[in-house]
Ligand binder design. Structure first.
Ligand SMILES: [Ca+2]
Ligand SMILES: [Ca+2]
Ligand SMILES: [Ca+2]
Length: 412
């Protein structure tokens, strides 16, 4: 799904160890409206498209009822518009080679291409991958010294492209010809680029692996036109785990494991009907699903032995947007009501940090982490959808921070 291309963005400073963090009491966690960007009940930030870059939070927003611009926020003064971005509707922000990249450009006539902002000069289009049309670049992932993403043209359709920032991008025509593989969920793990995509007319959305050198390899998880639809690629204990359809009962999703070389992926956790996202906590896979023990959608943990239910209260339907901060794992899910709540797993249990119903916020899925705070879009009647923030853990221990590799974060 398109919204899955939102990038979790990590910012912060190495100021303490986990031992220090664990000793600190939690501060009161009250959400604050950052700004009513489009004054009154009109929406200025209907969904969050954001990234941390150069010490600031950059986000897509609109102050006047036109198309969205790119805004920067330094945490103190009001947000300001980035030069060159008025009405360019930035989406899918990512930092690559010391600059901010995003999909931008007009929708009418549509010419959505890859844009770049270096922090100083006005933002501008840097690649026109579909001259006379719109390449709609998205699902960005920084893969070594390359930026990989999906983009379309009139010749090979929507396919995988990888760009070194200098030369013309390489294109990989996975579903050959004008048909589109539509690659999504690009995830870099252990030097490999994992993704989902359509290999050909005989398959659904299946698993792809690219080693950066040879042609991408597709693996059919569920034979035939019903796809495995893999998502949530996560490295745990030397293996890549992900959620995908059950090969025998494709109405259900399961946790799969691929060996390091990914020659023989298979269903790894039996008895769990996966209902949402999947991530890592310490040496365990944590995933939301229904099991015989939980009865309904709750967070489960699996360390290779028994499956355990980590959540005693609430449910966690449609769990998504996992953000690990030190020893805590934040995520959004629908709990008792149909609105999204912010939940937190601390290694022992799950608690609700923000209740979308009681506090009269209506969260739009998507979280951005910047400067020790989570940012999100939420609706209130008086303001419409705007940018909100909530303080989370004030200190982080992030040994993978420089590379943006959250899987390298130290966890208990
Ligand atoms: Ca174009
Ligand atoms: Ca193609
Ligand atoms: Ca407003």
């Amino acid at each position: 799904m398109a919204t899955r291309s939102f990038r979790i963005v990590i910012g912060g400073f190495v100021t303490a160890t986990l031992a220090t963090l664990a000793a600190q009491p939690l501060s009161a966690q009250t959400p604050h409206l950052v700004v009513d960007l489009r004054p009154g009940d009109d929406s200025g930030v209907p969904s969050i498209e954001a990234a941390s870059f150069g010490g600031k939070l950059y986000f897509s927003g609109d102050s006047d009822g036109g198309a969205a611009d790119l805004w920067s926020y330094d945490g103190s003064g009001p947000p300001t518009v980035v030069p060159g971005t008025v009405g360019v509707e930035p989406t899918d922000l990512i930092v690559f080679q010391g600059a901010l990249y995003f999909q931008g450009g007009p929708y009418n006539p549509e010419d959505r291409e890859l844009w770049r902002y270096d922090g100083v000069n006005p933002a501008h289009e840097v690649l026109d991958l579909h001259p006379g049309g719109s390449s709609l670049p998205y699902a960005f992932a920084v893969y070594g010294d390359r930026l990989c993403f999906q983009a379309r043209d009139a010749t090979i359709g929507a396919e995988l492209r990888c760009w070194d920032g200098v030369s013309p991008p390489a294109s990989y025509d996975i579903w050959s010809g004008v048909q589109s593989s539509g690659v999504e969920d690009l995830t870099v793990i252990d030097g490999l680029l994992f993704f989902s995509g359509y290999p050909d007319a005989g398959d659904g959305r299946e698993l792809g692996v690219f080693d950066g050198l040879n042609a991408p390899v597709m693996r059919s998880l569920v034979p035939g036109i019903v796809g495995g639809d893999p998502a949530g690629f996560t490295l745990v204990g030397g293996s890549v785990y992900f959620a995908a359809q059950d090969p025998f009962t494709p109405a259900f999703r399961r946790v799969w494991r691929g060996l390091p070389d990914f020659t023989a992926p298979g269903v790894e956790i039996q008895g769990l009907d996966v209902q949402g996202g999947l991530t890592r906590y310490g040496s365990s896979v944590v995933v939301v699903g229904e099991s015989a023990s939980s009865g309904e959608a709750k967070l489960h943990g699996w360390d290779g032995g028994a499956l355990s239910v980590l959540q005693t209260s609430d449910t966690a339907w449609e769990a998504r947007d996992f953000v690990r901060i030190g020893s805590r794992l934040y995520f959004l899910a629908e709990s008792e009501t149909a609105s999204y709540d912010l939940l937190r797993f601390d290694g022992a249990g799950v608690e609700r940090v923000l209740d979308g119903e009681l506090t009269n916020y209506y969260l739009t899925p998507g979280l951005a982490l910047w400067n020790g705070r989570l940012f999100f879009s939420a609706y209130q009647q008086a303001t419409g959808d705007e940018l909100w923030t909530i303080e989370v853990d004030p200190v982080l221990f992030a040994d993978g921070f420089e590379s943006g590799d959250t899987s390298a974060w130290s966890l208990p």
